[in-house]
Design a protein around this ligand. Structure first.
Ligand code: ZN
Length: 135
């Protein structure tokens, strides 16, 4: 989550850096070399802090973008998912998913199928939870 404290720290660092630069630029009296060096060191420190804070925010932003893509993918998949014959079916996919695995862990586990016996029923088996289905 984007930390408002980090943003406040950036504004504070930029403001301080700006004030130091104005102090040096607008000085009506000649500044001593030592004083200028001291002010420049503080200015550089403020800019370095700003750079660090911005890079942390950049990383957080990238993490958020990745999370948004992941959630959009989940939402998109849910739109294509239907529930029938006690199993979940994805659009354009002839192999169903295990209901129990999906509902308990949100996992899409394709079921294995076998046509056994003379009843023409297809039996589906989940290799993860050992559940079985029959249609
Ligand atoms: Zn399962």
């Amino acid at each position: 989550m984007l930390d408002t404290a980090k943003i406040s720290a950036i504004f504070s660092s930029v403001k301080t850096a700006s004030e130091i630069a104005k102090l040096i630029k607008n000085s009506t009296v000649p500044l001593k070399e030592e004083e200028i060096k001291l002010q420049m060191e503080e200015l550089i420190s403020m800019l370095a802090n700003t750079e660090i804070e911005l890079s942390e925010i950049h990383v957080m932003q990238k993490e958020k973008e990745a999370k948004i893509l992941e959630l959009e993918k989940i939402l998109s998949e849910k739109d294509k998912l239907t529930f029938k014959e006690d199993m979940y079916w994805m659009e354009n996919d002839n192999i169903p998913f295990c209901k129990d695995c999906y509902e308990s862990n949100s996992k899409y586990n394709h079921l294995d199928s076998k046509q056994e016996g003379t009843d023409n029923l297809v039996r589906y088996y989940c290799n993860i939870c050992d559940n079985n289905y029959c249609i």
